[in-house]
Design a protein around this ligand. Structure first.
Ligand code: PHE
Length: 330
């Protein structure tokens, strides 16, 4: 039986060992056979032979178990080696997307007015002259139509030049009171350092029974809004003109770059123009069939807000999609 010790020793894998186990320790294995032979041993020798056989079995079992343990360790080691992960290996990170600074600014504006219970309205980008101009007190002979260089289609439709037509549509659909903003894309035939043919606006409108909405309300709403956006700034209202509002004003904030002392961004004036606003012109109410109401409206360019908030010097960089700029807003 000594040759089994050599065999166990020579086993290289757990499979080899399993074959040995069956041939040696199995039901029909060599040891079972040897024990079966006991019946042929003369009675007086039985105890001695049995003792020797049991000792042999114990020895073989011990050698077998030790070998098995070693082979199992070896197998585990090989498995770990094969499955190991090189944590120092360089893998480029996938690029994650981010909201464009203009959209972020838009969201901030929307959130502010939504928190004051303004509804958020949308409308078509392709408009007609009635909603974009006529209903807004801009008849076709009106010289103020030149203020907004319009893209026309052959059928007389146009790309909206401001989001004011959404206000017209909302007023025609709903009864007062109205408290809404309309964010979205607008289009003008203009392209230079400070103008792009497409940009974004947010306009606001508040309408209620006559006497309930005043210029004082408008001032408060806008001052509160501008301080949310720009922090502790001075706000000033300058008389101005828009066909759809009367009286009208343009709104300035004290320059956030020089705190009003005068710098290049504010052209040494100490002020930055950020908004147009006014009390809704009676002709606008007439066009949408409203009577005995008063209201205010305001409008702003989102790109201008984004540029001021993030100190982006050139408007056009907001439209180029340069990842080096956009990555800064993740
Ligand atoms: N609709 C104006 C524009 O696009 C902005 C504005 C809206 C001005 C409401 C005053 C009141 O220029």
């Amino acid at each position: 039986m000594e040759h089994w010790i050599e065999k166990i020793d020579a086993a290289e894998t757990l499979e080899d060992l399993e074959a040995i186990r069956i041939a040696l320790f199995g039901k029909k294995g060599e040891l079972s056979k040897a024990f079966a032979q006991m019946k042929n041993v003369p009675a007086e020798e039985k105890p001695k032979v049995a003792k020797e056989l049991n000792q042999l079995k114990q020895r073989l079992t011990k050698i077998f178990e030790e070998k098995k343990e070693r082979l199992e360790e070896k197998a585990l080691e090989e498995k770990l080696k094969a499955e190991s992960i090189d944590v120092s290996l360089y893998t480029p990170r996938p690029q994650s997307g981010a909201l464009h600074p203009v959209m972020k600014t838009m969201d901030k504006i929307i959130e502010h007015f939504a928190s004051l219970n303004f509804s958020v309205e949308a409308g078509p980008l392709v408009e007609d002259e009635f909603h974009n101009f006529e209903a807004l007190n801009l008849p076709d002979y009106h010289p103020a139509r030149d203020m907004q260089d319009t893209f026309y289609f052959k059928d007389g439709k146009l790309l909206r030049t401001h989001t004011s037509p959404v206000q017209i549509r909302t007023m025609m659909r709903q009864k007062p009171p109205i408290r809404m903003i309309c964010p979205g894309s607008v289009f003008r035939r203009d392209f230079d350092l400070t103008h792009t043919p497409q940009f974004n606006q947010v306009e606001g409108l508040m309408v209620d029974e006559k006497g309930k909405v005043s210029f004082a309300n408008l001032k408060w709403i806008l001052e509160d809004f501008l301080r949310t956006m720009f922090g502790d700034v001075d706000v000033r209202f300058r008389p101005s003109f828009f066909p759809f509002t009367e009286p009208s004003a343009e709104v300035d904030i004290s320059c956030i770059f020089c705190e009003g002392k005068g710098c290049r961004v504010c052209s040494q004036t100490g002020w930055l123009e950020v908004l147009g606003c006014g009390m809704v012109d009676p002709n606008v109410f007439k066009a949408v069939g409203y009577e005995n109401v008063s209201g205010y409206a305001f409008g702003l360019g989102v790109e201008r807000f984004a540029m001021l908030l993030h100190q982006i010097p050139d408007l056009r960089s907001l439209f180029e999609g340069d990842l080096r700029l956009l990555e800064q807003f993740q």
